[in-house]
Write a protein that binds this ligand. Structure first.
Ligand code: SF4
Length: 351
């Protein structure tokens, strides 16, 4: 598997010790897109920095307020997957946003200084509004429009100056930095400007060749059984122009270079460089059939998937473990958050 590649952006003059904050919306069981998009990097970061990893359940409500019946189960399933992937509560703080009410208080105060136009011009909000409006209830809500303010509060409460993001998420951090700069202009030196910690996250194709996403129904979950993983690999989208195994293939990511091949994109993630190079040339020359190629892929993926399953089975032996971990994480998070809020209230002459 490829190594995590990290690059720090420009340093802040106020920056204290490096500290990482990141959150994930509780969508239930995780798939490979979630794993390579964030979780794998988190597992590496917990070895290098003090880290706060947060189940951002309030963010889930910004677009999913109309039905919360599966929220509790989804939180539990997601945290179990975090642990199965290797997050260790002895090495990082794992907690739930709604257990630390300071997130709401700080979001309210930051909202006082954040101009409405910044939120209305947020391109992600506009895009999601368009996309989700097709299937959702009313989305022009105060909560959804203001999610970047809550996001800034999440980061600032812990003085987190390292926020792991992929290249495409850089604008989110920039908005948080603008919110900080404006707040600091009224109440000087209250917050450190958060910095992006650029993380390597490969594009993970779904089983049908499109981007892996729950809404497309094309995911490979990190907790697939041996049989279901085998079946999903067997039915993976491959270059449809290959009728016979001797036909020249197109071993490229499908989205960027159609027809492309999902199996090849996964080889690219799981296999070594030399293998990938050789497979690319054999496929192009029609020297390997897709059935044999997928068998190799299954062999590459079997080990990491067995490890996920083994960890998750161990954790599941203690049904209280998730609630205990979240409770203890919230206690630590609350201590840090209440110190920040005391400073903010003083700065704003509220006490
Ligand atoms: S041989 Fe492998 S890389 Fe080439 S099209 Fe078939 S599955 Fe994809």
């Amino acid at each position: 598997m490829n190594d995590t590649k990290l690059t720090d952006s420009a340093s802040s003059k106020l920056a204290p010790k490096p500290l990482v904050f990141s959150g994930m919306r509780p969508t239930g069981r995780l798939h490979l897109g979630n794993y390579f998009g964030a979780l794998k990097n988190w597992v590496g970061l917990q070895e290098k920095y003090p880290c706060y990893f947060c189940v951002v359940d309030w963010h889930m409500l910004t677009t999913g307020y109309e039905n919360t019946s599966s929220l509790k189960d989804n939180i539990r399933e997601m945290v179990l997957d975090w642990l199965a992937a290797g997050l260790d509560p002895e090495k990082c703080v794992i907690f739930k946003q709604s257990d630390v009410s300071e997130h709401a208080e700080l979001a309210l105060l930051l909202g006082m200084t954040t101009p409405l136009s910044w939120l209305e011009n947020n391109p992600t909000w506009k895009e999601q509004l368009q996309e989700l409006s097709k299937t959702k209830e009313e989305l022009r809500t105060f909560g959804f429009l203001g999610y970047p303010v809550l996001q800034a509060a999440d980061i600032l409460l812990y003085n987190a100056n390292k926020v792991p993001v992929g290249q495409d998420q850089l604008p989110h951090i920039e908005l948080s930095r603008e919110i900080v700069r404006r707040f600091n202009s009224f109440f000087p030196d209250t917050f450190v400007e958060p910095e992006a910690l650029l993380t390597w996250s490969p594009k993970v194709p779904g089983t049908d060749g499109r981007k892996m996403s729950k809404s497309y129904g094309n995911t490979i979950q990190i907790l697939e059984t041996e049989d279901s993983l085998k079946e999903k690999i067997r039915s993976l989208y491959t270059d449809p122009t290959r009728i016979k195994s001797t036909d020249p293939g197109h071993p490229e990511p499908c989205a960027e270079n159609p027809p492309g091949c999902s199996a090849f994109s996964l080889h690219n993630i799981y296999a070594g460089e030399d293998f990938v190079k050789q497979r690319k040339s054999d496929c192009r020359a029609g020297k390997i059939g897709c059935v044999a190629c997928k068998k190799d892929l299954l062999a590459e993926m079997a080990g990491p998937f067995a490890q996920f399953r083994e960890r998750r089975n161990q954790i599941s032996l203690n049904p209280e473990s998730v609630s205990d971990i979240l409770k203890s994480g919230a206690k630590k998070a609350k201590t840090a958050a209440s110190e920040t809020m005391a400073r903010v209230r003083r700065a704003m002459n509220l006490v």
